[in-house]
Design a protein around this ligand. Structure first.
Ligand SMILES: Nc1ncnc2c1ncn2[C@@H]1O[C@H](COP(=O)(O)OP(=O)(O)O)[C@@H](O)[C@H]1O
Ligand SMILES: [Mg+2]
Length: 311
């Protein structure tokens, strides 16, 4: 569906992205994750035919981004980091305009605008001036203009940036709904957002791909040990020492309030043994819980290792 090959972009002497190669299958929802300045917007601008690459190629549904940019503009919807809104226009007029520059005819325009107003929950603000709407509503208008020509593919650049927590939840929900019927590339520097919405993640750092994998795959491939959290009621009974005496326990870290974080050998399944110790020593077992590596752990590890390699 989307095939990117050795894509490179220089801004003068500065290399913004370097030899990016990745694919996105039809129907996939892929997260483009990286810190600020990683090259996310540059890549998305190139895929949306707004910016030419310095070298490399990309094809979207077989169309080359350089040779068939008009075709590509018909099949993708793009929400740039700063949505291209006209603050003095009303929502409905602006969306009519967006539909017309997509070369829709009179009747099609009306139907398309009503459809996106409905899909993006803009009914109550259709007549309002865009500049006076909240940032959350403005972002929905941005999404609506990206959807007005009913594209199969959506490229969304940091769609929740600058929104308050409630607006973030609403926009994420809207994207999740769109994910059911669209191929989506979504960029973010917010880790939980990617984990919540995307099936696969491309981690980009300093213009290069640091990893491409499913969320589970990423965490599994980096996991070198299992982690357990133990909570008990009665502390002070040589807990650390006894836990450390278990052969497969690598380390014990006391946490908050009778909580202990255990690093164990991979697949050691120590829950039974720990429960037995807790019973024997009357620790008052409250909870034993396996902890998975968070996306944040993965991200830090990958980006830091990337730096280490270069140093
Ligand atoms: N128009 C531009 N001119 C010069 N440098 C730019 C321009 N746009 C982006 N850059 C630089 O390219 C790099 C990648 O930027 P960008 O693609 O915006 O990253 P991201 O979206 O991941 O934050 C950054 O170092 C940024 O400063
Ligand atoms: Mg950006």
């Amino acid at each position: 569906m989307i095939e990117v090959e050795n894509l490179t972009k220089h801004y003068g002497p500065r290399k913004a992205i370097n030899n990016l190669t990745f694919q996105v299958a039809q129907g996939e929802v892929v997260g483009f994750l990286g810190p600020n300045g990683a090259g996310k917007s540059t890549t998305m601008n190139i895929l949306s035919c707004i910016l030419p690459a310095s070298s490399g190629t990309a094809r979207i549904r077989g169309y080359d981004i350089f040779e068939h940019s008009l075709e590509i503009r018909k099949i993708i919807g793009y929400l740039p980091e700063n949505p291209p809104l006209y603050p003095d226009m009303s929502v409905r007029d602006y969306l009519m305009f967006a539909a017309k520059i997509r070369r829709m005819t009179g009747k099609q325009t009306g139907t398309a605008v009503e459809r996106v107003i409905e899909n993006c929950s803009l009914k109550d603000v259709g007549h309002r001036i865009i500049g006076r709407l909240s940032k959350g509503y403005q972002q929905r208008v941005g999404l609506a203009q990206a959807l007005v020509h009913d594209p199969d593919i959506l490229i969304l650049d940091e769609p929740t940036i600058g929104l308050d927590p409630i607006q973030i939840i609403e926009i994420r929900k809207l994207i999740q709904e769109l994910a059911a019927s669209h191929t989506i590339i979504l960029s973010s520097h917010i880790l939980p957002e990617i984990a919540q919405i995307c099936q696969r993640v491309i981690i980009i750092n300093e213009g290069e791909i640091a990893a491409v994998d499913s969320l589970e795959g990423l965490t599994a491939s980096l996991r070198k040990s299992d982690r357990l959290s133990l909570t008990i009621r009665n502390d002070g009974n040589k807990v650390e020492e006894k836990l450390n005496s278990l052969k497969q326990v690598l380390s014990v870290l006391p946490g908050e309030k009778n909580q202990f974080l255990l690093e164990c050998e991979l697949n050691s399944n120590l829950q039974d043994e720990i429960a037995r110790l807790a019973l024997e020593n009357q620790w008052g077992l409250v909870e034993i819980k396996p902890l998975s590596l968070t996306l944040e752990d993965v991200f830090l590890k990958l980006t830091i290792e990337e730096k280490d390699v270069k140093a």
